[in-house]
Design a protein around this ligand. Structure first.
Ligand code: SF4
Length: 241
């Protein structure tokens, strides 16, 4: 049996990137969710500080698209309420809450200390493993990442190869002002923690407020040698983060 050719996946992603990158984000989503890969792509959302814009576009283009939420069981209660509010307001009809494996939690994190002891292992258990299991049913996924969010995302492509799948970042080129303008025009509610100094919101044990001038993601795993949770690590040779 022949093995998948990673360079072919990368070339395919690069060709698609050239075609889709010049389009507006909602046009990119239409191309993916309604035309080229209809029924084969999921959206992954953290229901965080900037999630409403992408979710609003998805709701306009294809509201029955599966939306995967990594319910790590360590989220702020505000995030869970925000998720429920947004889902209802936007009319998203297929939101799936992905929880970590119960036996894994019992074995590795019964005392809820894993985030402090070994955050990479905690993210692997609570995020990466459930996401990889869920993505097995899809040929591609959409993320809300943007280039401006962090230095590590400065060269983010609109289309990336992610192992056997494609990963789409339709908002890659949008800046904070464009997102805010879109949210204002469409009267999208803000995550309640943004007003309390959290420009990037993950799990409660690993998220702190940041000063205005700081990198918006500097409050994530602050003081730790960790900048990404692991779900965005490239698997096909370097197109990802
Ligand atoms: S962000 Fe923190 S609490 Fe959440 S899965 Fe990662 S290490 Fe665990």
């Amino acid at each position: 049996m022949s093995r998948p050719d990673p360079s072919a996946a990368i070339r395919h992603a690069m060709a698609l990137d050239q075609r889709l990158a010049p389009l507006w984000p909602d046009e990119i989503l239409h191309q993916i969710l309604v035309e080229g890969m209809a029924g084969r792509v999921a959206v992954v959302s953290s229901f965080g500080a900037e999630s409403a814009v992408l979710l609003h576009m998805v709701a306009q283009v294809a509201p029955a698209t599966p939306v995967l939420f990594l319910d790590t069981l360590r989220h702020f209660p505000e995030t869970l309420r925000y998720r429920d509010d947004l889902v209802e307001r936007l009319g998203l009809t297929d939101v799936r809450n992905l929880e970590p494996d119960a036996s894994g939690l019992a074995a590795q994190d019964a005392e809820l200390t894993l985030a402090a002891r070994d955050p990479d292992a905690c993210c692997a258990l609570r995020k990466t493993a459930p996401l990889q299991a869920a993505l097995a049913a899809f040929d591609g996924w959409v993320s809300g990442r943007k280039r401006f969010q962090a230095a590590t995302r400065a060269t983010l492509q609109v289309v990336e190869a992610d192992g056997p799948r494609l990963k789409f970042n339709p908002l890659a080129t949008w800046d904070a002002g464009t997102l805010a303008a879109y949210a204002q025009v469409h009267e999208l509610p803000a995550h309640p923690l943004v007003a309390r100094g959290f420009p990037s919101i993950g799990c409660a044990p690993c998220t702190q407020p940041v000063a205005d001038a700081d990198d918006p993601r500097s409050g994530r795993w602050a003081g730790r040698a960790k900048i990404e949770c692991g779900i965005h690590v490239a698997q096909a040779g370097g197109l990802g983060q």
